[in-house]
Design a protein around this ligand. Structure first.
Ligand code: SAM
Length: 276
């Protein structure tokens, strides 16, 4: 039967349906500048995701592009991608990186020798608010939307500041990470879902990486809450993969030992939704 979604064979497809997704991607090898961003994703991981949800040459959108994990992954997978990022310093880093690397046989190789052809990475990143930028795109433009949005908010009495280990958000009010509380964050995700639904091709996928939280003494299944909000925008929630990158596992923290159970949340949810 013709494969309508990707270029994997049957066993590769089957392997990818396992809801547990363990990887061993060492901390980013592509460029030291990417490490300035506290939440970049391994391009190799993103290449695997892009490869499942698209065919070669198709166009992927990452509306929360950071320092380009999805865009670099798309390059590794032989796809094209467009990123949108609110914070201009991440856009500048991404634009510098793509002048210094080229893709070769599924690897990003530094352009070391003078005279070697530069700029073979063509996926572009635009600076702006994804809600504003996406509103300018025509309907049914992208073959997949693959992103990891900021996970929550940083202010207010119900904010996530305490649970956030790093500061990656800007001072910009339009930054989803600057939502006052998680209710506002979820409303913004719903606005995002409406735009994502419009610009995605029919029968194609929105894939989001969203971590859960432990918040005010309770487990907050933020990934599942985001998926539920996106269902309201028309997407069908097809599943989740629980991603654990063994290579970057930090030592477990001794929360409330001998008193009560508090989890060390070491996984992220990869939410898979389809426009049907
Ligand atoms: C978790 S990071 C993405 C990291 C990215 N996957 C990578 O590998 O570098 C989320 C990004 O979304 C950006 N962001 C937040 N609100 C945004 C908005 N309204 N429009 C566009 N980007 C936004 C943040 O600046 C942040 O860089």
């Amino acid at each position: 039967m013709e494969n309508r979604l990707n270029e994997l064979n049957g066993s590769q497809w089957l392997y990818w349906t396992n809801s547990i997704y363990e990887t061993f991607f060492p901390p980013d090898r592509t460029h030291h500048l990417r490490k300035k961003h506290g939440a970049m994703k391994p391009p190799q991981l993103m290449a695997e995701i892009v490869s499942f949800f698209t065919k070669k040459g198709e166009m992927v959108l990452d509306p929360f592009a950071g320092v380009g994990g999805t865009l670099l992954g798309a390059e590794l997978a032989g796809r094209r991608a467009l990123g949108i990022e609110l914070n201009s310093c991440w856009v500048d880093i991404y634009r510098q990186i793509i002048t210094e690397y080229r893709e070769d046989n599924g690897e990003l190789i530094p352009i070391a020798e003078a005279g070697e052809k530069a700029g073979s990475l063509s996926s572009e990143m635009v600076n702006g608010d994804c809600l504003e930028v996406m509103a300018r795109f025509e309907a049914e433009t992208f073959a997949a939307i693959i992103a990891d949005p900021p996970y929550g908010c940083n202010h207010g009495p119900t904010g996530f500041k305490k649970e956030t280990n790093f500061k990656m958000n800007s001072g910009d009010r339009r930054d989803f990470g600057n939502s006052d509380d998680y209710q506002e964050f979820l409303l913004r995700m719903e606005d995002f879902g409406n735009e994502a639904y419009r610009v995605l091709l029919p029968k194609r996928y929105l894939v989001l990486l969203v971590g859960d939280r432990y918040h005010c003494g309770e487990y907050l299944p933020l990934g599942y809450m985001v998926a539920d909000v996106l269902r309201k925008t028309g997407f069908k929630w097809k599943g989740a993969r629980i991603w654990w990158n063994k290579a970057t596992q930090r030592p477990l923290k001794p929360y409330a030992i001998n008193t009560c159970f508090i989890p060390n949340i070491t996984h992220q949810n990869i939410l898979i939704l389809r426009k049907e």
